[in-house]
Design a protein around this ligand. Structure first.
Ligand code: ADP
Ligand code: ZN
Length: 607
């Protein structure tokens, strides 16, 4: 392919964009000058160009290490769409296909090669790399190298040898999640005196909301129906079975939903993922097995029906919404079971104690976010070490919850657990403790004579639901713990004493029924289309129809052909010549070559 001399040229002519985003330009400069770089940008920030542009400016092939075998084909397709010579090597290929790629490498016929870390580390592969000219190594999802982080992969650990084997080739490590510790681990394992590029983690177009979990299916259905009908979205669940049940439920309710989890056959997984990526308006109901590297730009919502185990996971998963910068929602339903389940998963794991402590800290931070009465975004950003003001664009900013001082009821609850234990020498579950507090005469109360103990009926002023919300907070704050292996028996936690002694206070959000955002927040595309004249709208529809035909013909996702924003610009400017068409954002030389005539013809027929 023709060689380019400046980064700007590549940005304009190959990718069709006018200006760099964030610090892309500085990263490109640093890497092309041969210096290592660490790039931290939130999902959707534009990390790919940080290594794709240097790959086109430098001699030789850029080796991109990525764990996402399933997505390599898409990444290569997208690059070929703009005329970049790219290929991948992974276990899905036949020998002949892999051979062809190796020949192209030897002939210097590739700008980028995507490869999985375990493949790269094969000794035969390393020897082969010694025979070709390499421009740089880009290590995507670099947090996988960190033992401390939340997604360690042993095969990433081995990448440290790149440092000694190819000391003079620049390396760029990229990730969307990394706190201080993970960051320093990435640097020490992969890089040599790197320049650091750390972007703000704020995602201003995402609206964060966490609601009380009651009937989660119905809540989810209502959320999707009223705020996101016809939109693409991801629903995260903890259990494989839940993904299938929920997908079926949504489908019965008229929403196009598909399950995704590691237990499905590879064919079904690939089929569901590809429908989600390519079609508009598909909802995928998935475990966390889904999503790393999913770069579908127009995901309009991410819903959690179960709480994730850490803020890192929550941030990464919700970050898959709204990568195109248009309004998007992060919605989560959170309830008593989430606290109990997540605590149990840690207790029951075989990990060492230090690791369990770490998981507990991370979980506590997540619970703090879920219980928070103040700005969610501020909490998130603080967690990643950024200071900020209340955002005005989250549930708590929009409807600040009233807080109730519940210290006295909390003390009653904890004493009641204690008295019951004293009276019977065994522990009971939440329902029974609440019955005793409320003075409900049940068979079990009678059987154990719990109407005789001093805490009987002292909590009749609250409803069972209110007691449960309080219990959730008591568990979150280590005042009570649930012994899941003994039928959910409640026991006193390590902070119970301090509560009884009056050293700690408890505040609980007043229960409010979830207030819906008033109406579907309209994306700017809706607004633009509305403002179009009837003629313009017809042109837009014709271009969109042409695009989906092209997508079918080429087997590519429609957004890879042209993004919505590019179609809008075409309608607004009605280019008559190739030069005018080239002015439009998202149209580079290859797009002109492939589609220029057809697009110009459609426009001409309309004027
Ligand atoms: P990340 O890997 O950081 O999640 P991507 O590299 O996939 O993000 O970029 C996200 C989206 O932003 C892509 O659709 C990409 O084409 C677009 N993009 C990246 N850089 C620019 C730019 N300078 N101008 C316009 N769009 C850009
Ligand atoms: Zn806020």
């Amino acid at each position: 392919m023709q060689r380019y001399t400046t980064a700007k040229e590549v940005l304009n002519q190959v990718f069709g964009y006018d200006t760099f985003r964030g610090f892309q330009e500085q990263v490109v400069k640093s890497v092309t000058q041969g210096r290592d770089a660490l790039v931290l940008m939130p999902t959707g920030g534009g990390k790919s160009l940080c290594y794709q542009i240097p790959a086109l400016l430098l001699d030789g092939v850029a080796i991109v290490v990525s764990p996402l075998i399933a997505l390599m084909q898409d990444q290569v397709d997208a690059l070929e769409e703009v005329g970049v010579r790219a290929a991948f090597l992974n276990s899905t290929q036949t020998m002949a296909e892999a051979d062809l790629v190796r020949q192209r490498l030897l002939a210097g016929d590739l700008d980028l090669l995507y490869v999985a870390p375990e493949r790269l580390m094969l000794s035969s592969m390393l020897i082969f790399l010694g025979r070709i000219k390499i421009s740089l190594f880009a290590i995507d999802e670099a947090h996988c190298v960190s033992v401390w982080g939340h997604d360690f992969r042993p095969e990433y650990g081995e990448l440290t040898v790149l440092k000694s084997m190819f000391p003079s080739i620049p390396r760029i490590a990229l990730t969307a999640t990394a706190d201080e510790k993970t960051r320093s681990e990435i640097v020490s394992r992969l890089l040599n005196d790197p320049q650091l590029f750390i972007a703000s983690f704020d995602r201003p177009n995402i609206f964060y909301r966490i609601v009380d979990k009651r009937h989660v299916r119905e809540q989810l259905l209502e959320f999707i129906r009223y705020e996101h009908s016809g939109d693409s979205g991801i629903v995260y669940c903890l259990a494989r079975r839940t993904t299938e049940e929920l997908a079926e439920y949504l489908t019965q309710c008229g929403i196009e939903a598909l399950p995704y989890h590691a237990g499905l056959s590879p064919e079904e997984r690939a089929r569901n993922q590809s429908r989600f990526l390519r079609e508009d308006g598909v909802v995928i109901v998935a475990t966390i097995a889904f999503g790393m590297g999913i770069d579908k730009p127009n995901v309009r919502f991410v819903a959690h029906v179960d709480m994730p185990k850490s803020i890192e996971s929550y941030f990464q998963e919700t970050g898959r919404a709204g990568r195109d910068g248009e309004p998007a929602d992060a919605w989560m339903a959170y309830g008593l079971n989430d606290v109990v389940n997540q605590r149990f998963l840690i207790d029951a794991s075989e990990a060492e104690d230090v690791h369990k402590q770490l998981c507990t800290q991370k979980l506590d931070a997540m619970l703090g976010l879920a219980e928070a009465p103040d700005c969610r975004r501020q909490r998130l950003l603080t967690y990643f070490g950024e200071s900020s003001q209340p955002c005005g664009h989250c549930d708590n900013c929009l409807n600040p919850p009233a807080l109730l001082d519940m210290t006295v009821p909390a003390q009653k609850f904890v004493s009641c657990i204690y008295r019951i234990q004293q009276a019977s020498l065994i522990s009971f579950g939440a329902q029974h403790v609440i019955d005793v507090l409320m003075g409900n005469m049940t068979d079990r109360v009678a059987q154990y004579s719990h109407d005789q103990i001093s805490t009987w009926g002292i909590g009749a002023d609250l409803s069972a639901g209110e007691w449960r919300v309080l219990l959730r907070q008591l568990i979150a704050r280590h005042m009570v713990w649930v012994d899941v292996q003994h039928r959910g028996a409640l026991r006193l936690g390590e902070k119970a004493k301090a509560l009884l002694r009056g050293e700690l206070t408890i505040q609980v959000r007043k229960r409010v029924t979830e207030r819906r955002k008033r109406q579907k927040e309209r994306s700017s595309l809706d607004g633009v289309l509305e403002a179009f004249s009837r003629r313009d709208r017809a042109l837009f529809e014709e271009l969109r129809h042409w695009r989906s035909e092209k997508a079918k013909e080429t087997g590519k996702a429609s957004y890879m052909i042209f993004k919505d924003a590019t179609l809008v610009e075409i309608v607004e400017n009605k280019p008559m010549t190739v030069t005018q068409l080239q002015e439009i954002s998202g149209i580079g030389e290859k797009k002109i070559q492939n589609y220029g005539d057809e697009v110009l013809e459609i426009v001409e027929n309309h004027t």
